[in-house]
Design a binder for this molecule. Structure first.
Ligand SMILES: [Zn+2]
Length: 252
């Protein structure tokens, strides 16, 4: 690794062909010490994408901690400054995402924003109700077994319209079949109060059950991912994103 000044006088670190542009000499010291992890370090203009070496030396637990820290920055209104053009340039010739996220299509739950990630940091699969269809399972297998991601994060969210539709037994075109895949979560949710889509607490309880059942489904129906998890190479984790407050709460 060597340093030089770019045309604006900003210290630039050449790192395996990728460049991390730093805000300050302090940032440079931090990067040198921790090993230049674009997604993890505050105080950087995020101009680099994850390199293979950076991703490969992180454990699944460290990646989960990085995701939690990103959500904390989001909630505090202190997200990193993303230089998307530089991230695009840094990742165009290869990608080494640390995690694959399976989340809902809901416009209010964009994973990259609420976890403060940049281009190249995570794979993202989005489908209403974050269910594991065959094609989604194939996508998760690609992300982990072929592309090296170490965390599968199934992320549901509060006030989910797909969950409400499943509770209401809604019927509409191809949506009917999708909602059928969520219905086991409605039946499996133990809840003594009003079991309707008007009851937010019940809707969110079903959404939480749905995340857990989706995690079970991934393990049951994907030998590839279950094997990687058993070998300690990946972790399959679940979380609920709270539209009010913005917190991503990881499930036990
Ligand atoms: Zn949703």
């Amino acid at each position: 690794m060597h340093s030089h000044e770019d045309s604006c006088g900003t210290p630039v670190v050449a790192d395996g062909g990728r460049r991390t542009i730093l805000k300050s000499a302090l940032g440079l010291a931090a990067v040198t010490a921790v090993g230049a992890l674009p997604w993890a370090l505050p105080g950087l203009v995020e101009a680099a994408a994850l390199t293979k070496a950076q991703r490969d030396k992180m454990t699944p637990d460290q990646i989960i901690d990085v995701a939690k820290a990103g959500n904390e920055r989001f909630r505090a209104g202190k997200t990193d400054t993303h230089d998307y053009l530089a991230q695009k340039r840094a990742s165009a010739s290869g990608q080494y995402p640390a995690a694959v996220i399976l989340s809902c299509i809901d416009s209010r739950a964009p994973a990259e924003i609420i976890l403060d990630t940049g281009i190249g940091d995570t794979f993202n699969a989005r489908v209403a109700g974050n269910i594991a269809s065959d094609d989604v399972l194939g996508s998760l297998e690609f992300a982990c077994a072929l592309a090296g991601s170490k965390v599968v994060l199934v992320m549901g969210h509060t006030a989910c319209g797909a969950i409400k539709g499943a509770i209401d037994n809604a019927k509409l075109g191809n949506l009917t079949g999708l909602l059928d895949k969520i219905k086991p979560a409605v039946a499996a949710t133990q809840y003594s109060g009003e079991r309707t889509s008007k009851n937010n607490a019940f809707v969110d309880a079903v959404a939480t059950t749905n995340v857990r059942l989706t995690m079970d489904e991934i393990r049951r129906r994907s030998e590839v991912l279950a094997g990687l998890e058993k070998d300690g190479k990946i972790k399959i984790v679940g979380a609920m994103y709270h539209l009010v407050g913005g917190e991503v709460v990881f499930l036990d």
